[in-house]
Design a protein around this ligand. Structure first.
Ligand code: NAD
Length: 364
């Protein structure tokens, strides 16, 4: 163990020396954090060294049941000591956790993570932020299919938001096939996550009046070559986002509606189903399908594309896709860990490894 310490901190090589296991800390054990923790825990090349909670609350029970060492998000003694009277063993503060870790996945609420960056840098750990943080703060962004190689051995990155991840899944392969791509899209966004009682609207359609919305342009943080703009509305649902997308392919693309579908069928983490044939015609049925096939928490890591909602008319491609906001970014975090640690340079190999391990805790 003593011999490993210099290797843990010598990140410029991205190597783990002879050690096989990447030690991962989760800072913020909420909607995204608890899911990333389980996905990491399932991987044979990674282990969870601890998760943080801000204070004793019901989320601590889950960490205890899973056997994840529990730490306090903060270092002050008073906050650490508050866990014991509630019946939880708190192993220490964030700094104690970071001492155990090679990489920290920051799953704190949006815009909070920026304040944590200095702590991670000073602790000498690699860091992964989520889509609620700014690209400029994280200095780079990540999706598995767009720019895994550009993140190899980097000190830190940001896994882009659920919407941007969804756009990247279908648009990057189209771009790679066509050589150029212009896109206009509308994000029809869920108002809140199912466990969130603080947000809305509950009886309104709320346009995002900042035009264009950040979602489309955010794709360009991982694939700058795609010219994309978006608008967004929030609607009173908690289940999924739905994207309405118009993509302009370059002349001479040689694609048909069927070959676009085949292109996506050959990509990981995209599910294509015919709404008319399956009677999966809304996000409610997509989520019911995810529960039927035994997905933990009813999650769907894949992007769902309705086959009968895809049409290529000349050079203009129209399609809808549904995004399970709580889970599509989860496997991407696992791939991002391998990219930062430099342990797998081939994004498809990482995706295959990640997804095979996750399948061990999913029903089918
Ligand atoms: P959440 O509110 O469910 O969980 C955040 C957790 O972080 C909570 O347990 C909270 O107590 C804890 N926390 C609070 N202050 C903290 C701090 N200073 N340091 C560390 N942890 C702290 O939030 P979430 O939905 O899991 O979102 C986390 C990040 O993931 C955000 O950047 C968000 O934009 C992004 N994201 C969320 C979704 C989604 O649908 N929920 C999808 C994709 C990306």
């Amino acid at each position: 163990m003593m011999d490993e310490e210099p290797l843990l901190r010598s990140f410029t090589t991205g190597g783990l020396g002879n050690r096989m296991t990447i030690k991962v800390a989760i800072n913020g054990f909420g909607t995204i954090g608890k899911r990333v923790a389980d996905a990491v825990d399932a991987q044979s090349d990674m282990e969870i060294v601890g998760v943080t909670k801000t204070r004793p609350s019901f989320g601590c029970d889950l960490a205890v049941r899973k056997g994840y060492p529990l730490y306090c998000t903060f270092n002050d003694k008073e906050r650490i000591d508050a866990f014991a009277p509630a019946g939880y063993t708190c192993m220490g503060g964030l700094s104690d956790l970071l001492e155990q870790a090679d990489v920290v996945v920051d799953c704190s609420p949006g815009k909070v993570g920026a304040a944590n960056k200095e702590i991670y840098v000073n602790a000498g750990v690699k860091y992964i932020f989520q889509g609620g943080e700014k690209h400029a703060m994280a200095e780079r962004s990540y999706t598995s299919s767009a720019n895994h190689e550009q993140n190899l051995n980097a000190p830190g990155t940001r896994v882009v938001s659920c919407n941007t991840t969804g756009l990247s899944r279908t648009l990057v392969p189209l771009y790679d096939r066509c050589g150029s791509l212009k896109v206009e899209c509308t994000m029809i966004r869920r108002a809140a996550d199912p466990g969130d009682s603080a947000k809305g609207p509950i009886n309104a359609i709320k346009p995002v009046l900042k035009v264009p919305s950040h979602h489309g342009p955010d794709v360009m943080t991982v694939k700058p070559e795609i010219q994309i703009n978006s608008m967004a509305v929030a609607v009173p649902t908690t289940l999924m986002h739905c994207h309405s997308i118009v993509a302009f392919l370059p002349p001479g693309h040689g694609l048909t509606t069927e070959s676009v579908l085949d292109l996506w069928r050959n990509q990981p983490r995209i599910i294509i189903m015919n709404g008319g044939e399956t009677n999966i015609t809304t996000t409610a049925e997509v989520m019911e399908y995810a529960r039927d096939i035994g997905r933990k928490w009813g999650d769907l890591h894949e992007i769902f594309v309705w086959e009968d909602g895809v049409k290529l008319d000349g050079d203009t491609l129209y399609f809808f896709q549904a995004i399970h906001q709580e889970s599509d970014v989860i496997p991407e975090n696992v791939d991002a860990i391998r990219a930062l640690m430099g342990t797998e340079s081939d994004w498809r190999a990482s995706v295959a490894q990640t997804d095979a391990a996750i399948a061990t805790y999913n029903g089918i």
